[in-house]
Design a protein around this ligand. Structure first.
Ligand SMILES: C[S@@+](CC[C@H](N)C(=O)[O-])C[C@H]1O[C@@H](n2cnc3c(N)ncnc32)[C@H](O)[C@@H]1O
Length: 381
């Protein structure tokens, strides 16, 4: 699961076999010693970065207490509660769909109760104080809280079963949704903690937000996926949906079939020696401009576009930084016998297929015109 919560489209429903059922755990009860004192884990910020406060129309939320820079660590916390990803539990083939659903909810509630009753009182109280958007939907009280607040815990699963676990955090689960979110989290397995980072600069007092669903899709798709959280998102992207949808479609298209950016555009560039050298850097810059415009810096495509740009263009620029200790000799990058050449696959392939460099021109960035992305220059092959 790239980001977000239990109901993410990637959280697959699968039967819960006995082996998995026995793994159902209350993290606070099961993993102790180094982190038992509070929720703060290794690497936590030394000065407070956030506070919890009401967010109009959204219940409680987290707000920055000081200006944060892109990449700043906001919080680091051990999950309160870890469990296997919720799946439908089959009871009887004679059950109606609704009876089946209710059976599943009852079973999950029974399992959760076993775990929660093993938790430390303070952890249990913190868990039970979290929001529950499923209160009147036939969910048990713990099940409802887990469904409202759980994050994917993909780094704990075995290969091929990465989406097996989910977790709830005392502070992390207070993050509200925004389709142009300003934070991203990852799970640090050695410290068994979630770490939350600023994905762009954040002003003091700004609400900290995350994306509950995949965000490189249309407003209508996002709203559909937000339904289980009872969220009707009114963020800037949802309000300016025509232009925003066009930009997001273009960002997602740069990643057809979830192939890394470097494999889609870089491949075209690598294999076509008639394209100018600046074709790929241009594509990267266009992608970066759209990502920045939509505040989608948390997407893997952002990192991929920067990496591709670095390899395609900035490697050559490094040649001029002779005053820098780590100065990289680009001649080495051009020499197939050198280790530097070997270490840069993208550059290497480009040099192989297109040995003659063509001059790099700056081009204006794409714009949205009547809901469509318009690239300013038609690039000739
Ligand atoms: C994980 S909790 C977030 C923290 C929660 N606001 C609280 O008070 O603890 C998810 C719930 O917060 C509310 N929420 C989150 N984002 C929202 C948004 N953008 N607009 C309205 N409600 C939102 C919804 O009720 C949702 O079910």
């Amino acid at each position: 699961m790239k980001r977000g919560f239990l109901n993410s489209s990637k959280a697959k429903a699968r039967p819960l076999g006995p082996a998995l059922q026995s793994k159902l755990i209350g993290a606070a009860a099961e993993f102790d010693v180094p982190f038992r004192k509070g929720q703060i884990a290794v690497g936590a910020p030394t000065t407070p970065t956030f506070r919890m406060a009401p967010s109009p129309g959204k219940g409680m939320g987290l707000f920055s207490t000081r200006a944060l820079k892109m990449g700043d660590l906001i919080l680091s916390e051990r999950p309160l509660f870890v469990t296997v990803t919720r799946s439908k539990l089959i009871a009887s083939l004679d059950f109606t769909e609704e009876q089946q659903k209710q059976h599943s909810r009852n079973e999950w509630e029974r399992h959760y109760e076993l775990c929660v009753n093993r938790m430390q009182p303070a952890d249990k109280a913190a868990l039970m104080a979290l929001a529950n958007c499923n209160e009147n939907d036939g969910f048990g009280s713990i099940d409802g809280i887990v469904a409202t607040n759980a994050f994917g815990l993909e780094d704990l699963g075995l290969p091929g079963r990465e989406e097996e676990y989910i977790a709830v955090g005392k502070d992390l689960s207070r993050l509200n949704d925004n389709c142009s979110c300003n934070t991203s989290h990852r799970f640090d397995t050695p410290s068994f903690s979630y770490q939350l980072f600023a994905v762009h600069d954040i002003a003091a007092g700004e609400e900290l937000t995350t994306g509950y669903t995949y965000l490189d899709c249309s407003t209508a798709e996002r709203h559909q996926k937000l339904k289980p959280f009872k969220v009707v998102c009114t963020c800037a992207a949802c309000t300016d949906r025509v232009a925003s949808d066009a930009r997001r479609a273009s960002i997602a298209l740069c990643n057809p079939g979830e192939r890394p950016f470097s494999e889609s555009f870089a491949r075209v560039w690598l294999l076509d020696p008639t394209l100018p050298d600046d074709w790929l850097p241009f594509k990267c810059e266009a992608q970066l401009a759209l990502i920045a415009r939509e505040s989608l810096e948390h997407l893997p495509m952002h990192c991929e576009a920067v990496t591709t740009l670095m390899e395609a263009e900035w490697a050559a620029k490094l040649d001029t930084f002779v005053w820098e200790k780590r100065h990289m000799n680009v001649k080495a990058l051009l020499d197939p016998a050198s280790p530097a050449y070997e270490a840069h696959p993208l550059w290497r392939k480009r040099q192989k297929s297109c040995p003659v460099s063509k001059p790099r021109k700056r081009v204006p960035l794409p714009e949205v015109v009547e809901g469509k992305i318009v690239y300013p220059t038609v690039r000739s092959k």
